[in-house]
Design a protein around this ligand. Structure first.
Ligand code: NAD
Ligand code: ZN
Length: 718
């Protein structure tokens, strides 16, 4: 998408502009730095090429494609020279992979495998032989595509999934278009599921066409090859650029996807509708497994969802196997009319629409299954297209939901170009099924590590920038939850957000500036959580202050401040949490970080103690109200968490010290001494207790109080 086109989208509410008129800005630039590359050895140069190719999503999609080099190396046992195939292994992404992402195999052993091949119906068993060809005990598992690289008789091979090539590969007359664009330079092989047989097809093609520089694989992608790493990179770019130029010339002046039939709503309206729909959808599809959502309203997506051809194209499904493995055979088109914007009737239509989708998915499974097919997987859609609004995706975690949206965007690009120059074809249903339920794919899924205890859960932590709040956010993240940090301290919020993103990845942490006393901001923060992650399961109400004053010195202002933040603030955030939790109908867990002072009075802090006591009673009321819906509400009572707490850097420290007639250091010792266990309480201790209360380990506890205070007889609950 060029800048000019993006600007035009803003100006034209119907979102339709003629397809690009200039291709020069779209062309891939050759970024090969000879000086840098020449300093590397051959595997290093392969890695350099792979990272260059994979860093541009126009060249290949996330996790898609692979690269290889046949390198002469000394055999570790005999010292004799031998040819080793370095080929991207299973998993990872070419753009970000490291050298350990390559599998290494003896080329002559791979050649010998031909003697064991019993024919196409047995091709899957060849995968079992690949580990026997491993060179130098490399533990990286070989990918299904290994034979495709092994049997191309060239030193360097790239396999990429460029949108501009798949647009040709998925066109009804892809073979003749390939010939028209590339002549004898690039051949054509019809769709064939990647595996040993396709490796032999490639070999045969190369033997018969020694001058060819590559081949387009029908409904799939591109193979290119050359004698050196630099040349291979250049060939790959050159072929993709030829296709981009050709497509641009052919589509210039044409309107994409027919004409626009829906208006593009404003960004604010789009997010408002998304936050309304996402928790509803999430509730309807998370019965078996919690799902996390992603919202995408980029220009290509809006153009597509507002277009005349969208319903017909969406029904055809995606083409490249990578695309539909991530997006399911088809998206669900949400029944929403952006002109009337009747969101209530859309919400009412969702249960039926989803149930119909699931029935159709089951029918597809039953039509296509084989005797030994794995059991049917989750029949819910991954991709939801909302006219005028954008695309929502749901998956088991945030990164998968985001990547699914990226893949469907690739598919949109393919459909746009392909249907402008020809007729776009999805992969035949049986072929799609055979990839989706491939036993080798199933084995890959089974090798995946067990999900963490909070995988798919979404948490909002108030006071998330503070000592206990950030420790709690980290604990929840470490168990696989997505977390929204809400706080009033902008600087500290950004700092905490950065730290946690560095540790757990950008996908799973968000921040929102929110004052718990401000009703509108609280409502907005939950809407934000709805759009960013799709809903909420966990509220940790923790934002707080502390104040100290004798009753006769307690101003009304001080009293109200404590009540506002600690009591009213806890009410406001729980009310919004309850509203969202009830819309999802998935239960939920609320934890209040109250205080030892909620149960046991402290001298000279009546406003704080009373407000904290109100929190405990509010929690009990809410436990009662939430139980019928599976919403649990519990309390953690900390005491004297001096480390990491901002409260203990302010006046409170001095005031408490004065109240007990101590200096600052003496106060810490006083608390330690006062505790039954004689131990300091840390933010991590509060985080651990909170984690317990939000996790399924405490599934049968509600209305409870968990003291984390190193033992304090006054606050024993009774
Ligand atoms: N630290 C302790 O010894 C201790 C003891 C008992 C209870 N608590 C309670 O634990 C909770 C967390 O305290 P902490 O020790 O981590 O303190 P902290 O000051 O480090 O963290 C509190 C966070 O809440 C935020 N906050 C304050 N007012 C807010 C508002 N109106 N809206 C949104 N955010 C707001 C602050 O900016 C801060 O980041 C508080 O409720 C506190 O009363 C703490
Ligand atoms: Zn591929």
């Amino acid at each position: 998408m060029t800048l000019i086109k993006v600007i035009l989208y803003r100006l034209n509410p119907w979102g339709m502009v003629p397809m690009s008129t200039s291709h020069t800005s779209k062309l891939l630039q050759n970024l090969w730095d000879r000086k840098q590359a020449d300093m590397l050895d051959e595997p290093g140069r392969l890695l350099y090429r792979s990272n260059l190719l994979g860093s541009d999503k126009r060249i290949t999609n996330y996790g898609g494609g692979n690269t290889s080099a046949k390198v002469t190396m000394a055999d570790p046992l005999t010292g004799a020279d031998t040819t080793v195939l370095w080929v991207k292994g299973s998993g990872g992404d070419v753009g970000t992979m490291k050298l350990d992402g390559f599998a290494t195999l003896y080329q002559d052993k791979l050649n010998d495998l031909r003697n064991l091949y019993r024919g196409v119906e047995f091709e899957d068993e060849m995968v079992g032989y690949l580990p026997h060809c491993t060179f130098d005990l490399n533990p990286r598992a070989s990918s299904i595509d290994t034979p495709l690289h092994a049997y191309v008789p060239k030193a360097h091979v790239d396999h990429m999934h460029p949108d501009a090539i798949i647009a040709i590969a998925a066109a009804k007359d892809g073979e003749s278009l390939t010939n028209e664009i590339f002549g004898d330079d690039i051949g054509w092989l019809p769709w064939k599921r990647p595996g040993y047989e396709l490796g032999l097809w490639l070999n045969k093609f190369c033997e018969e066409n020694p001058a060819a520089r590559g081949v387009v694989l029908g409904s799939h992608g591109l193979f290119t090859w050359a004698d050196t790493a630099e040349e291979c990179y250049a060939v790959t770019l050159d072929i993709i650029n030829q296709s981009i130029t050709w497509l641009d010339n052919k589509t210039s002046g044409k309107t994409a996807f027919g004409k626009a039939v829906h208006p593009v709503l404003s960004e604010e309206q789009r997010r408002e509708i998304a936050q309304n729909l996402m928790p509803e959808i999430r509730g309807l599809i998370s019965a078996e497994q919690y799902k996390v959502g992603h919202f995408d309203d980029s220009a290509p997506v809006l153009e597509y969802v507002c277009s005349e051809q969208m319903p017909a194209l969406a029904a055809l499904g995606t083409s490249c196997p990578d695309h539909f493995l991530r997006t399911k055979i088809r998206p669900l088109i949400v029944d929403f009319d952006p002109t009337s914007q009747d969101i209530a009737s859309t919400v009412t239509s969702l249960p039926e629409a989803l149930s119909q989708y699931r029935d159709e998915y089951k029918a597809y499974y039953d039509r296509c299954k084989h005797a030994d097919s794995p059991a049917m997987r989750d029949p819910n859609p991954v991709v939801y297209l909302v006219p005028g609004v954008g695309m929502i995706t749901f998956a088991k975690d945030k990164a998968t939901a985001r990547v699914s949206a990226e893949f469907y965007t690739n598919a949109i690009n393919v459909m746009r170009e392909s249907s402008a120059v020809s007729t776009y074809c999805g992969l035949p249903e049986q072929e799609a099924f055979d990839i989706e339920y491939w036993l080798l794919e199933e084995a890959k899924l089974e090798r995946m590590p067990k999900p963490k205890s909070l995988a798919g859960r979404i948490a909002l932590v108030t006071g998330g920038a503070g000592g206990i709040g950030s420790a709690t956010a980290e604990r929840l993240l470490s168990e696989g939850a997505c977390v929204v940090l809400a706080d009033i301290d902008n600087d500290l919020l950004s700092q905490t957000h950065q730290q946690l993103s560095d540790m757990y990845g950008k996908d799973v942490v968000r921040k929102v500036l929110m004052d718990v006393t401000h009703e509108h901001q609280v409502i907005e923060a939950f809407h934000f959580t709805g759009v960013e992650f799709g809903g909420v399961d966990i509220l940790v109400s923790n934002a707080g202050i502390a104040s100290s004053a004798a009753i006769e010195d307690t101003t009304l202002e001080l009293w109200n401040m404590n009540m506002d933040i600690l009591s009213t603030g806890y009410f406001l955030v729980s009310r919004e949490a309850f509203r969202m939790l009830k819309r999802q109908s998935l239960g939920g867990s609320v934890v209040f970080i109250a205080s030892k002072n909620a149960l046991a009075a402290s001298p000279g802090a009546s406003a704080y103690c009373t407000a904290k006591a109100a929190e405990v009673h509010l929690a009990r009321c809410l436990a009662l109200e939430g139980a019928g819906e599976g919403i649990r509400v519990n309390v953690v009572n900390p005491d004297a968490v001096l480390q990491g707490s901002k409260i203990w850097t302010g006046e409170w420290l001095q005031q408490r010290a004065d109240a007990y007639g101590k200096d600052a250091e003496g106060l810490q010792a006083h608390y330690l001494e006062r505790s039954l266990l004689k131990r300091a309480v840390l933010p991590e201790d509060i985080a651990e207790a909170t984690y317990f209360l939000v996790s399924d380990a405490s599934a049968k506890s509600t209305g409870n109080i968990l003291n984390v205070d190193a033992g304090n007889v006054q606050s024993f609950t009774r």
